[in-house]
Write a protein that binds this ligand. Structure first.
Ligand code: ATP
Ligand code: MG
Length: 429
């Protein structure tokens, strides 16, 4: 992508209302733009990251055996009256009337809708276990939308729903999601600690939140320092061990009953990026979602639901990966892998070299953002550092004379002068 043809509205100054670093950087890097409180436009650079995060989430859900569907954002009130949540859900739910005065809502979550799909089509225990998921926008009329996409009112969520014949099967489904979550966050360069949590308006008996430790997090968390020794990058994660270690959010933490001695108990703040629930028959009972069991009896299915904050993750990743110059994207979610800077578009030899590199990288399938603007070098470097692409290539007159270009790794800042062939070999390895 040529920057002269792209739409990258970077800002010199972060607007005053942005309180935390990820919000400031997303605005400055031209990733998002607020339309109304907690409601954002995703501009091209931000949208590319959102899509990459979404893709990782999708791949790990598919790998875990969940099946993707898409449910509408607008739902009829009837289903929520059936489950009892029309009255139970508070002012976070955005309720609307259609032209026939029928009560509708913008979905804050989809348990009722998916239970309705299930009960219409699944009749036998032989069709279980089943896990259906979607990646869809949600609306919650949060009392205090803030921190940009971290606490929006409209936000993108992955929500999965499992159906099992019995509690043992439901626990297996829960554990499968538990592992998939750890893998998902790890692929984005995040360490998410699973913590015992309250299940809130979703309801249920067992629940874990996945929390990224960060000073700017909104959750107060308590955890065994043993978590600091866990290798979250290990190929095989010991889920029993992870579940047995103590970690809890403040609404669940009880100092009187905490099994961890004070000297081993850590406290801090976390960003909740995922939340999983086992709630048994909370929805299948009132909504009559049953299957016939092996002995021909009607059985209410055991359910769980599993959320990931896809749009919140974009902010959370930046909280974990930035420095004083800007964002430092992990490769897996970077909007482009390489930033190519032509320092002198007016110099034919520089431009010939930059164009050749651009063409060859693109042909090899590398995502390149090519700064071909007529701008000062300082502005170009600052923009590249701000948007945080993993690799920067600089083509300038001095190097070109010697047949060299510079490769800089954004994360370490390490720079190397390379001839173009060596550079391509390195990036395409
Ligand atoms: P929170 O405690 O942060 O309000 P929640 O517990 O109400 O979140 P869940 O119902 O567990 O949210 O939703 C699943 C996931 O969706 C959360 O783990 C979070 O990552 C994300 N999420 C929830 N609310 C928001 C929001 N207002 N803006 C962005 N992401 C959100
Ligand atoms: Mg939650």
């Amino acid at each position: 992508m040529r920057l002269t043809r792209y739409f990258l509205p970077v800002l010199k100054e972060a607007p005053a209302e942005a309180e935390i670093v990820s919000h400031r950087l997303m605005l400055r890097a031209g990733m998002i733009q607020q339309l109304a409180a907690g409601i954002y436009n995703w501009l091209p650079l931000g949208f590319r990251v959102l899509k990459k995060v979404e893709r990782i989430v999708r791949e790990e859900m598919d790998r875990a055996g969940a099946i993707e569907i898409l449910m509408p954002t607008i739902q009829p009130a009837d289903l929520w009256i059936e489950s009892g949540r029309w009255d139970a859900y508070g002012p976070e739910m955005l309720r609307v009337l259609d032209r026939h005065e029928r009560r509708m809502l913008y979905g804050p979550t989809n348990e009722e809708n998916v239970t309705d799909i299930f009960r219409r089509h699944v009749k036998s225990y032989r069709q279980l276990p089943l896990n259906l998921y979607q990646i869809q926008w949600k609306f919650r009329d949060e009392i205090r939308p803030r921190f940009g996409v971290m606490r929006g009112r409209e936000f993108l969520m992955k929500d999965a729903y499992s159906f099992d014949l019995d509690a043992e099967g439901a626990r297996r489904s829960y554990d499968t999601m538990f592992v998939a979550y750890l893998r998902t966050f790890r692929r984005m360069g995040l360490t998410a600690i699973p913590m015992q949590a309250e299940s809130g308006p979703i309801g249920g008996t067992m629940s874990h939140e996945f929390q990224i430790l960060a000073k700017t997090g909104e959750s107060h968390v308590f955890y065994d320092q043993a978590f600091e020794e866990i290798d979250f990058s290990a190929a095989e994660l010991d889920i029993e061990k992870l579940k047995s270690l103590y970690a809890a959010t403040d609404d669940k933490h009880d100092p009187a009953r905490c099994p961890v001695p004070p000297e081993r108990l850590r406290t801090g703040r976390g960003i909740e990026v995922g939340h999983i629930f086992y709630f048994g028959t909370k929805y299948s009972k009132p909504m009559r979602a049953t299957v016939t069991g092996p002995d021909d009896r009607e059985i209410e299915v055991e359910m769980g639901s599993y959320g990931i904050g896809v749009s919140r993750l974009v902010g959370a990743i930046i909280e974990a990966h930035h420095d004083e110059h800007g964002i430092v994207w992990p490769e897996s979610v970077a909007p482009f892998r390489v930033g190519l800077v032509n320092l002198r578009p007016d110099d034919p030899s520089c431009t010939a070299m930059a164009e050749e590199l651009y063409a060859r990288l693109c042909n090899a399938g590398v995502e390149v953002l090519y700064d071909d603007r007529d701008e000062r070098a300082g502005v170009k470097f600052a923009t590249m550092d701000l948007i945080g692409l993993p690799f920067q290539i600089t083509v300038g007159p001095r190097g070109v004379k010697e047949g060299k270009v510079e490769l800089k790794e954004r994360k370490s800042g390490a720079r190397t002068d390379l001839d173009p062939e060596a550079l391509l070999a390195r990036l395409l390895a």
